[in-house]
Ligand binder design. Structure first.
Ligand code: PLP
Length: 473
């Protein structure tokens, strides 16, 4: 494909995406096709002769799109959002077009320096503690996901807990990790990959009302492990748990970590974006205790997957834990000590230019635009919660500090599961569920930039219609 062919095909693809976004609302949010439908519609072998982009676009329409869950649909309320936006797509396109590798400063200086500046911008935007800024001992980096952020935080924590021996001797003691019983599954995975074993992570009891980690239970678990000769290495606290957006009490947890010298990683994968709004920053109280912190602009900040922003308070601990220097990567800039080599801040060596999509997003929306996006989600969720509150047949199952509402019919678990299934079968909206203290609970997470009041109201109408049928069959 030469540059002129690319220009022509590229315009057609951008048109295709714009048309897709413009017609999203008319589509069912989730595909109703049975498993195997897409695979069966694809040829058994690749084409022998090259085809025009128009032929691929035709098959996108005919085969791929009908098999999609439309995450950008205004009626998509499942899981947590995975926003994208025009500027994000364009920034990603430029990144793909440039095709640079940013593993070392020397392999593409702008790739590293733009990322460092953007992570400082983001730290400013969220008003993160000074020690996370690159002008101090800390700094930020883009990871592919919050899961990777937790993994590298765990490795840095092992480096610290072992007094620097972990690099040479590996896991030679029973190191322990702690998180609330509602901590994300990626924490257990990180702990397992790090070699601590399945029981390396201690799930700590939550408060029955707030669903947040109980500091007294954390302290008791740490004390018990220490008494048994185990080494507490890391606590992962969550701002905005996946089930209910509970907020672990960082000031108390941070004080415990400081007392025992334990690494504190704060996972704000979803809710971190809320801190762009000054009125929501209370959720980050106590963050000054954290050794590392992450949030996903790819969830709620209009930046397409993948983009996790991760900071450490002391970059040297992370770098010492992860650095390996083969001869083929040696270069004068690295040896001068004056540059950042982001390969030392992550698991893979190679890294693409993710900062570009974030740059496009920050410049297009500006601080005001990003705040407006978050505020709109919070207001729409509050509107929906008001509907739930005003209907005696329903109840709220948890607080809704951000844009997720957890609610249920005052009925048994099976009836609630049936309610969810019926509403989702309409194809107009898509909600998911969790369990809160064993009770089946529906989750409505607002996040798509296209979602407006009428979409939230439609979700409520569909729910109340289905509830009427279920309660009075
Ligand atoms: N942590 C929390 C609190 C989450 O809600 C999620 C995903 O929903 C994750 C971590 C994992 O995110 P990622 O897909 O970026 O690894």
């Amino acid at each position: 494909m030469d540059p002129d062919e690319f220009r022509r095909a590229g315009h057609a693809v951008v048109d295709w995406i714009a048309d897709y976004w413009a017609t999203l609302e008319q589509r069912p949010v989730v595909s109703a096709d049975p498993p195997g439908t897409v695979a069966a519609a694809l040829p058994a072998a690749p084409p022998t002769v090259g085809e025009p982009v128009e032929a691929v676009l035709a098959d996108l329409d005919a085969v791929v799109v009908p098999g999609l869950t439309h995450w950008q649909h205004p009626g998509f309320f499942g899981y947590f959002p995975a926003n994208t936006s025009g500027p994000s797509v364009l920034g990603d396109l430029v990144s793909s077009g440039l095709g640079v590798q940013g593993m070392l400063w020397a392999t593409s200086p702008a790739c590293t320096e733009l990322e460092t500046v953007l992570l400082d911008w983001l730290a400013q935007l969220l008003d993160l503690p000074q020690r996370f800024r690159s002008s101090s001992r800390g700094g930020g980096v883009i990871q592919d996901s919050a899961s990777s952020a937790t993994l590298v935080a765990t490795l840095a924590a092992l480096h610290r807990a072992s007094g620097g021996r972990w690099r040479e001797v590996g896991v030679d003691r029973r190191y322990r990790a702690y998180t609330s019983a509602h901590g994300h599954s990626s924490i257990e995975k990180a702990v397992r990959i790090a070699g601590l074993g399945t029981d390396g992570v201690r799930p700590i009891e939550v408060d029955p009302v707030t669903q947040a980690l109980r500091p007294a239970a954390l302290r008791a678990a740490i004390e018990a492990d220490r008494a048994a000769g185990d080494v507490p290495a890391i606590v992962v606290a969550t701002i905005g748990t996946t089930s209910t957006t509970a907020i672990d009490p960082l000031p108390e947890i941070g004080a415990i970590c400081a007392e025992y010298g334990i690494w504190l990683h704060v996972d704000a994968a979803y809710a971190g974006s809320a801190a762009v709004c000054p009125e929501l920053r209370w959720s980050h109280a106590g963050l000054e205790y954290a050794d590392s912190y992450c949030f996903d602009p790819h969830k709620w900040l209009l930046t397409g997957f993948d983009c996790d922003a991760f900071w450490v308070a002391d970059r040297s601990e992370l770098i010492e834990a992860l650095t390996v220097m083969p001869e083929f990567l040696r270069n004068a800039a690295t040896e001068s000590g004056a540059v950042i080599d982001y390969r030392d801040w992550q698991v893979p060596l190679g890294r693409r230019f993710r900062a570009l999509k974030l740059w496009f997003v920050l410049r297009w929306y500006g601080v005001q635009g990003l705040r407006a996006h978050i505020r709109s989600g919070v207001a729409l969720a509050a509107r929906f919660a008001d509907r739930v509150r005003s209907d005696d047949r329903f109840e709220l199952a948890a607080a809704h500090p951000f844009a997720l509402v957890c609610f249920r019919l005052r009925a048994d678990n099976d009836t609630n599961a049936e309610l969810l299934a019926r509403v989702n079968r309409t194809g107009r909206v898509h909600l998911t569920h969790t369990r809160v203290a064993g009770r089946y609970t529906l989750r409505l997470a607002v996040g798509s930039p296209q979602t407006a009041e009428r979409h939230v109201d439609e979700a409520w109408t569909l729910l109340t219609d289905a509830a009427k049928d279920l309660l009075n069959p």
